[in-house]
Design a protein around this ligand. Structure first.
Ligand SMILES: C[S@@+](CC[C@H](N)C(=O)[O-])C[C@H]1O[C@@H](n2cnc3c(N)ncnc32)[C@H](O)[C@@H]1O
Length: 255
């Protein structure tokens, strides 16, 4: 039985923690982040994981046979950031897209914070994603502003999301970079969807070499600011925006 998120595939969480910055702050923040999670006190017919964000209980149904149907710790990190920085990163009425939404926690929290969210993932994952999003946003958010839809990285993204009609204020992504064969497609998808005023908020779990080289290549295309560094969870949270000539930090442009 899974008793904690970090019990999931522990070999994927091996990370050489050589960064020794602010260990106490890291531990404190990690504890605050993981305290959003709770377990059902009574086991019912359906298993779920519980989280509390925006003072609301969120129940997430997982399925351990698919990567995308399991909730990964990076998602909790990103949700914690969104909740605790809601003044600086105000999502109210903002157009937001989530890539690789998985079980949907980030989509749900962003919606509860007032964003108009397009939640995307692979076709196989969409049923469980839709179930979680629907059950946790019903009567809490305007369902007409929330969409769950297929987006396979690199495949027809321009047709599904033409730039003329789709302009996102934020791209959210949690734990989408690991040893899978679609890293270039993912990079191209970030590149296509990220316009001049878009900010990417991306929580990244470091495991093996491919993740590091992805970040290096990502830095060639985007300005990157490190918002969190959590060695105890092997997770960093980045904010990024376009690096093209003449492009400005969207945060400054909004002020
Ligand atoms: C490790 S899971 C993270 C899920 C969720 N963001 C979280 O943090 O709990 C990676 C997610 O990326 C999605 N994914 C993997 N390859 C993809 C692809 N080629 N196109 C779109 N989504 C993909 C998976 O279905 C899965 O939901």
């Amino acid at each position: 039985m899974i008793t904690h998120l970090l019990d999931l595939q522990p070999e994927l969480f091996v990370f050489p923690v050589d960064v020794c910055t602010g260990a106490a702050a890291d531990a404190e923040l990690a504890e605050a982040i993981l305290s959003h999670q709770f377990h059902p006190s009574v086991l019912g017919p359906e298993s779920w994981e519980g989280y509390v964000f925006s003072d609301l209980e969120i129940r997430i149904k997982e399925s351990t046979d698919l990567y995308g149907a399991v909730l990964w710790p990076s998602a909790i990190v990103l949700c914690h950031f969104l909740e605790t920085n809601r003044d600086e990163y105000n999502l109210m009425d903002k157009n937001v897209i989530e890539l690789g939404a998985g079980t949907g926690l980030v989509t749900i929290v962003a919606s509860l914070l007032g964003a108009k969210v397009t939640s995307t993932d692979l076709p196989d994952v969409l049923g469980n994603l839709l179930y979680n999003v629907a059950r946790n946003t019903k009567d809490r958010c305007n369902c007409f502003r929330l969409q769950v839809t297929e987006l396979v990285w690199g495949q027809g993204v321009d047709k599904r999301f033409p730039r003329a009609t789709h302009c996102f204020d934020y791209i959210l992504a949690a734990d989408v970079v690991y040893a899978h064969p679609y890293l270039q497609e993912l990079m191209d998808t970030f590149d296509y969807l990220c316009q001049g005023n878009t900010q990417i908020l991306w929580a990244m779990r470091f495991r093996l070499d491919p993740e590091n080289s992805f970040v290096d290549r990502f830095r060639q295309r985007f300005h990157v600011e490190e918002l969190y560094n959590l060695p105890s969870l092997s997770i960093k949270l980045y904010r990024a925006w376009r690096k093209d000539k003449g492009s400005k930090d969207p945060k400054d442009a909004a002020e």
